[in-house]
Design a protein around this ligand. Structure first.
Ligand SMILES: [Mn+2]
Length: 171
């Protein structure tokens, strides 16, 4: 299972388009967005994801118009409130935006080893770090507004063996 993980896209349409092109070219099975889409019109880019790609998003602290976001994403996937726990290929995955708690607390969650994979965004920087049996990944900011580095993550969840991730540039 190959998963494209994106966060903090903050209306940057060109970088979303590059991510969507990558999803098609690299044959992602799933796309996870860790929040901060911002305007509902960004769905115009995500709608070009291949139809077989499963999409899940969560609401970030800057996603004000959740009603219209869910309306524009209705043919793509759901944007849910709060953190989400998912079973993907038998692995337990926690996805959160990250604004509700400190980054230290997110690291503490990873150190508890309750999840195989913890995905978060919000802090606009990348992280790809193993804590015991838990991989902690922040794909960074796909908008690139704060760091000048627009990134996403490609996560591999194999049928057997451990979860791995790679941080990839969108420019
Ligand atoms: Mn943000």
């Amino acid at each position: 299972m190959k998963i494209g993980v994106i966060s903090d896209s903050h209306d940057h349409m060109d970088h979303i388009e590059k991510f969507v092109t990558m999803a098609s070219k690299d044959q992602f099975d799933m796309v996870l967005h860790c929040g901060d889409f911002c305007s509902p019109f960004v769905a115009r880019k995500f709608t070009n994801l291949p139809k077989n790609v499963i999409f899940h998003g969560i609401r970030g602290n800057n996603d004000g118009d959740i009603t219209h976001l869910n309306h524009t994403f209705s043919n793509i996937g759901k944007i849910k409130e709060g953190h989400q726990v998912m079973d993907i290929e038998g692995k337990t995955v926690l996805m959160l935006h990250g604004h509700a708690i400190s980054e230290e607390m997110i690291v503490d969650i990873a150190k508890e080893n309750r999840y195989d994979l913890v995905l978060y965004g919000h802090f606009h920087h990348t992280r790809n770090e193993q804590f015991g049996s838990t991989l902690l990944v922040n794909p960074g900011e796909s908008c690139g507004y704060l760091t000048g580095e627009a990134t996403c993550a490609i996560v591999e969840i194999p049928k057997t063996g451990k979860v791995t991730a790679e941080i990839v540039s969108l420019v």
